[in-house]
Design a protein around this ligand. Structure first.
Ligand SMILES: NC(=O)c1ccc[n+]([C@@H]2O[C@H](COP(=O)([O-])OP(=O)(O)OC[C@H]3O[C@@H](n4cnc5c(N)ncnc54)[C@H](O)[C@@H]3O)[C@@H](O)[C@H]2O)c1
Ligand SMILES: O=c1ccn([C@@H]2O[C@H](COP(=O)(O)OP(=O)(O)O[C@H]3O[C@H](CO)[C@H](O)[C@H](O)[C@H]3O)[C@@H](O)[C@H]2O)c(=O)[nH]1
Length: 331
């Protein structure tokens, strides 16, 4: 019998890439998404149920209608600056809704859970690269909302049969190599997307948020992970949960960092466009340097990244943003 999985947020950027990998790996996929930032066009496999996580009746009905073996929970609000402006909305969507989902898992006896967490749970990191055992002191409501969700999942697992893999993503970028899916969010303002938009003339310039960080060139450093590798990590995580009984918290990053200046230079090099760069003060809530120790995920679930290259990340993102220009509904 096919393994049937529920993917919340499967119409979004990372969720849709994971749905594709799950479909290719032979999983039966049901997607639950309110399409607030996601798009039905991004779903290449499975059945989409348009629903809201806080609608416990609708969510409960979905669990009653299907016999899920596992849940992958992507649906969330994802912007650090927005979380500073609307903390209650972030705690509601990212934390309260996890309780709703776990209640459904409890009622339906679904005991495998993969959760989309974030490097933002670590906050201002002191020792690099950051390990899963490093202290977690988030510096913005987004990171806090995800850390609280992690703790809820861990507490519930201790009191039940639930086994989980919590994946702490570092900076996700790039697009599927087929060119069929990529970052769709109309409001997405991640560095690589912004740089690609500047190269394509969609925006007049790209900004560097802060040039006085204690990093070699003064700009923020991040560990950029290709979305296809991240999607593959979810398939590894599910396979792990099918065989092993120990829950895990795992960083998803390559262990190498690039500064904002390095990333923008790479976008200029690959696009061949010398777009305007404006230096502005730092953005509130942004740590200086966020780089993963990526050893544990390789050892524990056998993850083997295939796209660990800033060139590949930027090329695929640029190709996708270019393609979107011919799909006016998506831009
Ligand atoms: N993009 C990154 O760099 C990054 C980094 C770390 C962690 N994450 C986490 O990965 C997950 C996916 O992020 P993404 O970049 O694909 O974002 P996204 O906005 O593209 O996807 C989120 C999806 O969830 C849906 N959704 C949101 N709230 C919902 C609700 N209440 N009910 C039903 N559906 C809802 C949206 O419509 C969307 O399809 C999130 O949990 C995010 O916190 C992302
Ligand atoms: O126009 C921009 C956008 C970003 N940056 C800088 O580029 C770096 C990366 O910023 P992003 O907005 O691309 O990503 P964040 O590091 O802020 O956050 C991302 O990664 C985090 C984990 O590290 C969280 O998970 C979060 O959801 C996700 O958006 C930061 O130093 C930021 O200050 C700029 O200089 N200019």
């Amino acid at each position: 019998m096919m393994t049937k999985v529920l993917v919340t947020g499967g119409a979004g950027y990372i969720g849709s890439h994971t749905v594709k990998k799950l479909g290719e790996a032979g999983y039966e996929v049901v997607i639950y998404d309110n399409l607030s930032t996601g798009s039905a066009d991004a779903i290449l496999y499975g059945e989409l149920i348009q629903g809201e996580l806080s609608d416990t009746e609708c969510l409960g009905q979905v669990f009653a209608n299907h016999k899920f073996n596992a849940v992958l929970h992507f649906a969330a609000s994802i912007s650090v600056p927005e979380s500073l402006e609307k903390p209650l909305a972030y705690y509601h969507n990212n934390t309260c809704n996890v309780v709703n989902l776990l209640r459904c898992c409890e009622s339906a006896n679904v005991n495998q859970f993969v959760f989309s967490s974030t490097a933002a749970v670590y906050g201002e990191i002191q020792d690099y690269p950051v390990k899963e055992t490093s202290s977690t002191i988030p510096i913005n409501p987004y990171g806090q909302s995800k850390l609280m969700s992690e703790r809820i999942i861990c507490d519930y697992a201790k009191a039940s049969q639930l086994k989980y893999v919590i994946l702490r993503y570092f900076n996700v970028a790039g697009a599927d190599s087929s060119g069929r899916i990529g970052q769709m969010g109309k409001k997405a303002a991640h560095l690589i997307k912004v740089g690609c938009d500047a190269a394509l003339g969609i925006r007049p310039s790209a900004s560097i948020f802060g040039t006085d960080y204690s990093t070699p060139d003064g700009t923020g450093i991040r560990d950029y992970i290709h979305v296809e590798d991240l999607a593959a990590a979810h398939v590894n995580a599910l396979a792990y949960l099918e065989q092993e009984s120990t829950s895990q918290i795992l960083n998803c990053g390559y262990g190498s960092g690039y500064s904002v200046k390095e990333v923008l230079s790479k976008i200029k090099e690959i696009s061949g466009v010398d777009f305007t760069i404006i230096e502005t003060p730092p953005r509130a809530g942004d740590p200086a340097c966020v780089v993963a120790s990526g050893d544990k995920i390789r050892e524990v679930i056998g993850w083997q990244p295939q796209h660990n290259s800033l060139d590949e990340i930027v090329s695929s993102a640029l190709a996708w943003e270019k393609k979107k220009l011919s799909l006016p509904n998506l831009v």
